[in-house]
Design a binder for this molecule. Structure first.
Ligand code: ADP
Length: 480
């Protein structure tokens, strides 16, 4: 099959979160299965020069956006069997940030979505399936169906829209979006593009794609309810017959403690001594007290309310009184960076916080910590808990979305489980479970070792999920 991915980020080129990991690791697996997989991304300044030098110019064309005529260059890079196209427009993407600050996101990603569709015949690539990811690509299936599907080249192209996080929808004024994409007044009713008086790129993707998926079976269930549905649950319920939940995998080659070059020392499930050395060096690097007997809890992720940081905020002194160490790596809301920078000074040698996008340090944390804390308010899938298990770091998570689908709480009666979990979004429930985990660390390390080994033996590769996506593509196209 010819498969086109469109997304706003993709490893190894540009990443702010899990979306990049998913696009960048799923595409090569599908290519390996024999499909012609191509990925279209914006050419951001943030993409490393190294990669930019490897790109080849293919062609350029003009994109009509209302009264604007904007240049679009297409650059190409082939890697691991996948063809990556980068859509170049310096005005939109030659900025020192990836998302947000300019207030013209509708125009940047409106341009991107239109350029994706216009580029296809020029590249002579006709996808069987157009697989669009998250709101930045939401207008691709919508424009395809509304403005392109009647043209011979595009007719019959089927679309799949994947929600990686329903919280981010791309909500803008209708007039502004009309001004860029020229979608007539007749399209702005609530069964089409209008959404609570606004334009909403996510909704556009949900209404006009042929099928919808999200990144875990539990989250697929959850978003049909008002609590998780972010005001789109009615629409999602209406589309339930074409809604799929496919669990993300991780790149098991990149995240492999036996070969990872970013960590201090390699190790395997059979010989965990290297993990102890990683902990020692990590404590040293972060200015934590170097002590193998003090349990080290790590958190890596965006510092937003989604990640359950309000629970940590609520019981931080209690956590610290347990004589455990906490290491936090993330970027995000000032509320949480203020909290953790204060706490780093207050709990000197016991708490360390770094506010950067630091790929290497993230690997060191996954390898060096004893526990990985992820008490999310909601979690579409979550990759961090999978990565931590792969490194023998035991996850402590809240039972929601993909966390619920991947972490099973330790059962002291039959020995089942690969981590520790709690259900209610309640700080003291989290604290009790942290205490339970620390109890095993101190009093029953054999349990912890078996949890570490079980985590490391888990299959978090794309093997199963890539097949699930193939099955959806087959269903959509009737092709094998
Ligand atoms: P989300 O997509 O909601 O941000 P995920 O758990 O699905 O969360 O994926 C987050 C990914 O981004 C993981 O690979 C994690 O290691 C990485 N990550 C998040 N914040 C940072 C950071 N500050 N530095 C390095 N890696 C980070």
């Amino acid at each position: 099959m010819n498969i086109l991915f469109t997304a706003s980020e993709c490893v190894p080129f540009v990443k702010t979160g899990g979306l990049a990991d998913v696009v960048g690791s799923l595409a090569p697996v599908l290519a390996k299965a024999g499909h012609d997989v191509r990925v279209m991304l914006p050419l951001y300044t943030a993409i490393a020069q190294d990669y930019q030098h490897q790109m080849q110019f293919v062609l350029s064309f003009d994109v009509q956006l209302g009264w604007r005529r904007q240049y679009c260059g297409v650059l190409m890079l082939k890697k691991d069997g996948v063809t990556y196209y980068f859509l170049d427009n310096k005005y939109y993407f030659g900025r020192p940030y990836i998302y947000g600050l300019g207030g013209d996101e509708y125009e940047r990603y409106g341009f991107f979505c239109r350029a994706v569709l216009n580029a296809l015949p020029l590249l002579e690539f006709r996808p069987d399936v157009l697989h669009a990811h998250d709101w930045q690509s939401g207008m691709v299936p919508a424009l395809l169906k509304i403005q392109y599907a009647h043209l011979p080249f595009y007719s019959g192209i089927r679309s799949l829209f994947t929600i990686h996080n329903l919280q981010y929808q791309g909500i803008f004024g209708i007039r502004e979006v009309q001004d860029v994409l020229g979608l007539g007044d007749g399209l702005w009713s609530s069964d089409k593009l209008e959404c609570y008086g606004c334009a909403n790129f996510m909704k556009a993707g949900l209404v006009y794609s042929d099928a919808i998926s999200t990144v875990s079976p539990s989250y697929a269930e959850e978003i049909t309810t008002a609590y998780f549905g972010e005001r789109l649950d009615g629409l999602i319920r209406a589309r339930k017959d074409t809604l799929y939940g496919v669990l993300n995998g991780i790149d098991v080659e990149e995240y492999d403690p036996a070969t990872d070059r970013l960590i201090y020392q390699n190790y395997t499930a059979e010989d965990l001594s290297g993990k102890a050395e990683n902990k020692r060096r990590l404590q040293e690097e972060l200015g934590l007290k170097v002590d193998a007997d003090v349990p080290l809890i790590a958190m890596v992720g965006r510092l937003t309310n989604q990640k359950g940081l309000d629970l940590v905020d609520r019981v931080l002194p209690d956590m610290m009184s347990e004589n455990a160490q906490l290491a936090v790596l993330g970027m995000g809301d000032a509320h949480y960076t203020n909290l953790f920078s204060w706490a780093e000074g207050h709990y000197k040698g016991q708490l360390a916080a770094r506010f950067a996008m630091d790929h290497a340090l993230a690997h060191k944390l996954y390898a060096g910590a004893d526990f990985f804390l992820m008490p999310s308010l909601f979690e579409p899938c979550g990759l961090s808990q999978l990565i931590s298990m792969r490194y023998g770091t035991v996850p402590i998570v809240r039972e929601t979305g993909g966390l619920r689908d991947t972490v099973l709480s330790y059962n002291e009666y039959n020995g089942d489980g690969n981590g520790f979990t709690f259900f209610n979004y309640n700080a003291h429930d989290m604290l009790v479970v942290i205490r339970r985990a620390l109890h095993y660390f101190r009093s029953d390390p054999a349990v912890l070792t078996s949890l570490r080994k079980r985590g490391m033996a888990g299959d978090f590769s794309w093997t199963h999920s890539a097949k699930d996506y193939e099955a959806i593509y087959q269903k959509l196209t009737g092709k094998v």
